[in-house]
Design a protein around this ligand. Sequence first.
Ligand SMILES: NC(=O)c1ccc[n+]([C@@H]2O[C@H](COP(=O)([O-])OP(=O)(O)OC[C@H]3O[C@@H](n4cnc5c(N)ncnc54)[C@H](OP(=O)(O)O)[C@@H]3O)[C@@H](O)[C@H]2O)c1
Length: 347
Amino acid sequence: MKTYRYDATRIIDGIEGAAVGLALSESPPGAPGPGQVQVRVRANSLNFVDLACLSGAFAVDGRIPLLDGAGEVSAVGDGVSRFRVGDRVVGNPHASWLAGPPAPDASGVVLGIATDGMLAGTVTLPESTLAHLPESIGFEAGASLPCAGLSAWNSLRGGPARYAVAPGSTVLVQGTGGVSLFALQFARVMGCRVIATTSSSAKADTLRALGAYAVIDYVQTPDWGARVLELTDGIGVDLTVEVGGPNTLPQSIVATRVGGRIALVGIVGGMGAIDYRDMLPINHKVLTLFANGMGSRRDLEEMLRFVDVNAIEPVIDSRFAFEDAASAFRHFAARRHVGKVVISHAS
Ligand SMILES: NC(=O)c1ccc[n+]([C@@H]2O[C@H](COP(=O)([O-])OP(=O)(O)OC[C@H]3O[C@@H](n4cnc5c(N)ncnc54)[C@H](OP(=O)(O)O)[C@@H]3O)[C@@H](O)[C@H]2O)c1
């Protein structure tokens, strides 16, 4: 069994500012213990937070990387009741959040960060962490969905309050990363109108092909919030899926309608401080800002059913072989991807 681990002595060349790299080792897999399931991993995908792990933002040295992975059950331990050998499965990144709203006892155990993740030929997990992968969803698509898909899903479903978008709602998404493209694809199937921002005209074509009603170049139009207002008859969008962080939040506040909602998801636009004057419209417009920490296993199961029934195809930017995982990290760190960067394991 081949396993990658974060290793502070082997920084991957070409990734600026990395504090840890990757080391590959080989050892026979042990038998799964009671309640555990052994999974032969067939595909993984990368997320922005994996770059934060490389940068030393979390104490991950020695851990198996990656939140996302899909594969086939190769062995089950005593007492396992939900899975059999050969079942197709995907891991929920929040290993101990099974259902319901976020709570202290369900939080914190994130695969690839606080505990071993999915970048190995074989992984052993508690059965409660795994969900069945529908037949229609391939391993690469399955591996692309948990982290980014769940964040998009729970942004649209309204977070713990479950104040979901309705058909006919207008949703704003930002850029062409994993979360934003899933939010666009899911919102279209839910009957919403989607306005998207991006930094390049080539990427704008992808956004339109996925069903965006309008695309705004946020580099050429730095006050894109005003452009969103023009596109919505001066009203603003019902929901903004905010992946940019402090450098985009003020424009997101402009772009969102009175009584609207902003799902606070990420920081791809970089860190920084916010002038409180830019936050005041939250009060005037009675906005609701809410977060999601991906989701529970129940959320993952519901999202997988939605993807299955609606035949949604995740946008896969590129695929790398498991043996060349360092190149996948390098490509993802170059920040030119559209959608998901996937690692495939030989069958
Ligand atoms: N809270 C959660 O549970 C959760 C879960 C998943 C992800 N996240 C967070 O959500 C964010 C997105 O994750 P991801 O995996 O989708 O990232 P990603 O795939 O790495 O996103 C990359 C894209 O971000 C876009 N971008 C960069 N700066 C931008 C800006 N100023 N305005 C608009 N778009 C910008 C770029 O799109 P263009 O090239 O088209 O401009 C780029 O392609 C990350 O911060 C991640 O940590 C949070």
